[in-house]
Design a protein around this ligand. Structure first.
Ligand code: BG6
Length: 513
């Protein structure tokens, strides 16, 4: 019987369409992602009235728990991870929709049990037979779980209902394994049922790159090789590898950040205007950029890529250990925790404009930004200020932790002499729109529930991302680094990263905040 229960009234107005009725099945219910991100995000959607009233959650996990325990555990966790004030009635409404199935992910009985539970929950909540499966599990389960779901017919879309699956990086650990995973998934599900999350696309400021470029008339005419000197993309982190040594040491900074998050930032910055904001129109343009990135030859890898590993050092006045002394990391590890590279995009818009990117752990500031550096003024009339001393115009897209956009330009300093100084025009998200209290998963979960795949990765994009980094992985593997650790914690990476820029007459823009 369908429930007639009404979602409690909430203070937040709805902006956007209410999601379809559906059941979300979370594999990995007891894991970190579920309690830190997924549940708080679902609650936030409910509080913005974006969640259907015919919604339910089934958790699947190995820990034996009954429904009451599963709900209690979540309520405890939620107290810790809610992103804003909690409306008690709304949380009660939400938590009553949670059911739990315990079982191993590789045991066929788990899927039979899940199928029965789904049928029951679907009927109770009138969720129209729409199901989506969130695989918050170790990546080695992705292919198997989807195959097993298909075996018990849970991926079959018929009679107007939909079935979707969400997976989150890593999608493979190189090009071959990514292809193998895609093939395994596509054998039992169609591309439009697979939602590959890159959590960078859930960030408002990342989505805002599209708004900045395509909702304003003034940027597009100068967004090309005629006016832009180069682009820098930095994803700097202050944290070390934390408790993830086991995973990270097998991956390294290149795999962990470049074919996914950094490629998102590159494609959104560099893509052509899409003909619409329909999922494939946007993704086609992103894919074209990935295909246009000039492949690295072996020589390029040596001259245009830099790798580093942090040693011990001082951060915020505290001593921090070297990567090799972190939990789960072998004392002679050769895994990189820093990478920088110079890319070229071979198309008419960008020919000859270098894209420099870098990412690393234990850098002096947590800061993700895209710097668009424009060409210098062609000649300088102001004799008191030498042209070489003036920094060229830069448009900086601040992704995090500051969220905003700033434009640096020259202005006359007050006084009788014609002297120039640099000034900034700043826009900060929080000044206009307040501080966001979201987890970054709200939009992505909601999009999946309304069938909008624009912000998700297609199989071809994932493979194109790996094709770019694969030659680097190969050369790096063949030539293990000899000088690790090569940057102290709390510095901007190995000196070769600055030298790469200096050789080109450029320099990184560092933000320490
Ligand atoms: C993850 C990486 O995908 O992204 C982590 O595995 C990294 O190593 C994280 O720290 C960075 O995400 P954010 O949102 O903090 O920039």
């Amino acid at each position: 019987m369908a429930q007639t229960e009404v979602l409690p009234a909430t203070p937040k107005p709805r902006v956007g369409r209410t999601a379809d009725p559906c059941v979300m099945v979370i594999f990995g219910y007891s894991g970190d992602l579920t309690r830190r991100k997924l549940i708080p995000a679902l609650y936030n959607l409910a509080s913005q009235q974006l969640l259907s009233r015919e919604f339910a959650v089934i958790g699947v996990g190995r820990s034996p728990m009954n429904e009451d325990d599963a709900r209690k555990k979540l309520t405890e966790d939620f107290k810790q991870f809610a992103t804003g004030p909690v409306d008690h009635d709304l949380w009660e409404w939400f938590v009553r929709r949670i059911t739990y199935v315990s079982g191993d992910f590789d045991d066929p009985a788990t899927y039979d049990n899940l199928k029965q539970t789904l049928a029951k929950v679907d009927q109770e909540h009138d969720s129209h037979g729409n199901y989506f499966f969130y695989l918050a599990t170790a990546p080695n389960y992705f292919g198997d779980i989807v195959e097993r779901l298909a075996k018990v017919d849970l991926m079959k879309e018929e009679n107007g209902h939909w079935r979707r699956v969400i997976i989150e990086k890593p999608f493979g650990h190189d090009l071959d394994s990514a292809k193998a995973l895609n093939q395994q998934l596509l054998k039992v599900a169609s591309e439009c049922q697979i939602y590959r999350i890159d959590h960078y696309l859930g960030k408002e400021t990342v989505q805002n790159i599209l708004a900045l470029r395509f909702a304003n008339g003034i940027f597009e005419p100068i967004w090309n090789r005629r006016y832009i000197d180069h682009v820098q993309i930095s994803v700097a982190e202050t944290v070390g590898v934390e408790k993830r040594g086991g995973y990270y040491d097998g991956a390294g900074a290149l795999r962990d950040m470049v074919p996914n998050h950094i490629m998102q930032l590159i494609t959104l910055t560099a893509m052509e205007p899409p003909i619409s904001f329909e999922a494939n129109a946007v993704r086609d343009e992103q894919a074209k950029i990935l295909h246009a990135i000039q492949p690295f030859s072996n020589e390029d890898v040596l001259s245009k890529t830099i790798r580093g590993q942090y040693g011990d050092g001082t951060m915020d006045g505290e001593r921090v250990p070297a990567y090799r002394s972190e939990e789960g990391v072998p004392p002679d590890s050769r895994t990189e925790t820093f990478v920088a590279m110079r890319l070229l995009i071979d198309n008419w818009r960008w020919a000859g404009v270098p894209f420099y990117l870098r990412t690393g752990k234990r850098l002096p500031g947590r800061n993700t930004h895209v710097v668009i550096q424009f060409r210098r003024a062609p000649f300088m009339l102001f004799r008191e200020t030498q042209v070489e001393n003036m920094m060229p115009n830069q448009l900086v897209l601040h992704i995090q932790p500051e969220e905003g956009i700033s434009l640096r330009f020259a202005a006359k300093t007050p006084g009788p002499a014609m002297q120039l100084g640099e000034v900034n025009m700043d826009f900060e998200y929080s000044d206009y729109f307040g501080v966001s209290s979201s987890t970054g998963y709200e939009r992505l979960l909601h999009d999946c529930m309304i069938g909008d795949a624009t912000l998700f990765q297609r199989a071809d994009m994932v493979e194109a991302g790996w094709s770019i980094v694969n030659p680097v992985l190969d050369v790096w593997k063949a030539l293990p680094p000899r000088n690790f650790p090569n940057y102290p914690s709390g510095t901007w990476g190995p000196k070769e990263s600055d030298e790469m820029m200096e050789r080109d007459g450029r320099r990184w823009r560092n933000f320490e905040k």
